[in-house]
Write a protein that binds this ligand. Structure first.
Ligand SMILES: Cc1cc2nc3c(=O)[nH]c(=O)nc-3n(C[C@H](O)[C@H](O)[C@H](O)COP(=O)(O)OP(=O)(O)OC[C@H]3O[C@@H](n4cnc5c(N)ncnc54)[C@H](O)[C@@H]3O)c2cc1C
Length: 393
């Protein structure tokens, strides 16, 4: 190993939401000799490009626990972190076909057991609460405490408050590779020299896999292209809630001031790409198609006016769950990988869990088999092809 140009207790690669959350919660625990590096700037990856939907509704308990703990941080951001993440308690609906009541009830029973304020409402109550929604043959999981926040704001707020506690942030500093010795991760190579640290956190979003490969670790994280757009709402769409629509495969996030974000799923949505080749080239027809899709749920969408669209990339795993915690073989390497287009809503709890694991050697919330890198060890790879809607959510 060459001489270090700087040393730290913890080196974090990636200053997106995950890296920022780990830095903040490490500093909160008193671990302040932490350096965060980003090849660009905070939020340059997925974190400033997301839709910002916050829900606790999941079909599996481990992710629901992370979402619920994170919702508590979003709700009390000023006291827990400082500043603002732009949280709005709009209420959240998971809209679905009425014939899926049995499956949804199972999920809601699980959610209520862990303390989530979720319940199923029928089409009549949906129509009463949200008259602009078409609700025939529809039921919804209703989460009144959920809503939206802004990834870019949360990202910056976490870093500003981490830095106020002593964390160092190096922007425009790419990790060229990791350094391992004796089965442990011990450093990061940068153009300025090596950073040596007792623990390395890999939080490079869609760019995690090549960095892991630099020390011989295969992480099944693929970069996928995602698209969304902003529209102006007609004045008669009043107090809209945030929703995900399992039946029409679309989503809606109201903003302050009469605009909303909606799915713009052009033909390349979800395609695997080289994250360095991402272009802001949303197919113009996707705006019309996105509005046409959402018109099935909001008839007034025929009067939506499209403003702009953008693309982002996130890291995806074969089973659509994050890879968190200490790598099962490489000690001192901590993973925050695989946002799967839902990583914002859990990032505070994943940051807390990572900090806890580094500080104490374990974390109950992220130290679960569902998040372990070991689940992809030889012969154990989960096939994405077999995933149904209840595994996705
Ligand atoms: C269009 C879109 C919509 C989404 N909607 C939602 C939603 O509604 N709700 C939700 O919960 N989630 C949503 N997500 C997902 C969420 O935004 C991501 O899961 C989350 O932001 C991932 O955070 P991250 O910190 O892991 O990665 P990123 O934000 O991608 O950060 C990774 C950082 O690593 C840096 N980096 C990369 N390579 C290197 C290197 N070699 N050296 C140094 N730094 C490096 C990058 O510059 C980047 O800043 C959405 C994502 C997108 C793209």
């Amino acid at each position: 190993m060459n001489r270090a140009y700087t040393t730290a207790q913890v080196a974090i690669v990636g200053a997106g939401l995950n890296g920022a959350a780990a830095a903040f919660f490490l500093a909160e625990r008193g671990i302040r000799n932490v350096v965060v590096i980003d090849r660009d700037y905070p939020g340059a990856g997925a974190s400033s490009r997301g839709m910002g939907l916050l829900r606790t509704f999941h079909a599996n308990e481990p992710e629901a626990v992370l979402a619920l703990k994170s919702l508590d941080v979003f709700t009390h951001w000023k006291e827990r972190v400082g500043g603002s993440a732009g949280f709005r308690r709009t209420g959240f609906l998971w809209l679905d076909s009425a014939d899926r009541r049995g499956a949804l009830q199972t999920h809601v029973d699980m959610l209520r057991q862990i303390g989530s304020n979720s319940r199923i409402i029928d089409g009549a109550e949906i129509a009463e609460r949200q008259p602009h929604l078409a609700a025939e043959n529809t039921i919804a999981v209703y989460e009144p405490d959920c809503g939206t926040a802004y990834g870019a704001k949360a990202n910056e707020s976490l870093l500003v408050n981490a830095m106020a506690r002593g964390v160092r942030l190096l922007t425009r500093t790419p990790a060229l590779g990791l350094i391992a010795a004796g089965g442990r991760a011990v450093g990061v190579i940068t153009p300025q020299g090596e950073i040596h640290a007792d623990a390395i956190v890999l939080a490079a979003g869609a760019w995690c896999a090549p960095l892991a490969r630099s020390i011989g670790i295969e992480l099944p994280v693929q970069a996928r292209r995602l698209t969304i757009g902003r529209v102006i709402l007609p004045a008669d769409v009043k107090h809209p809630m945030t929703f995900l629509d399992g039946r029409f495969d679309t989503s809606f996030r109201p903003e302050d001031g009469g605009t909303a974000l909606i799915s713009m799923r052009d033909d390349r949505y979800g395609q695997t790409i080289d994250p360095d080749q991402r272009k802001e080239d949303v197919d113009p027809a996707a705006v019309a198609r996105g509005i046409a899709k959402i018109r099935q749920r909001i008839p007034a969408a025929e009067r939506f006016v499209g403003i702009n669209t953008w693309t982002g990339v996130d890291g995806f795993t074969p089973d659509f769950k994050g890879i968190y915690g200490q790598h099962h073989e490489c000690r001192n390497l901590y993973l925050m990988a695989g946002g799967n287009e839902k990583g914002f809503k859990v990032s505070p709890a994943v940051g807390m869990g990572t900090a806890e694991w580094i500080a104490t050697g374990q974390s109950r919330d992220i130290g679960k088999p569902e998040f372990s890198s070991a689940r992809f060890a030889d012969g154990a790879e989960v096939s994405g092809a077999a995933i149904g809607v209840d595994e996705l959510i």
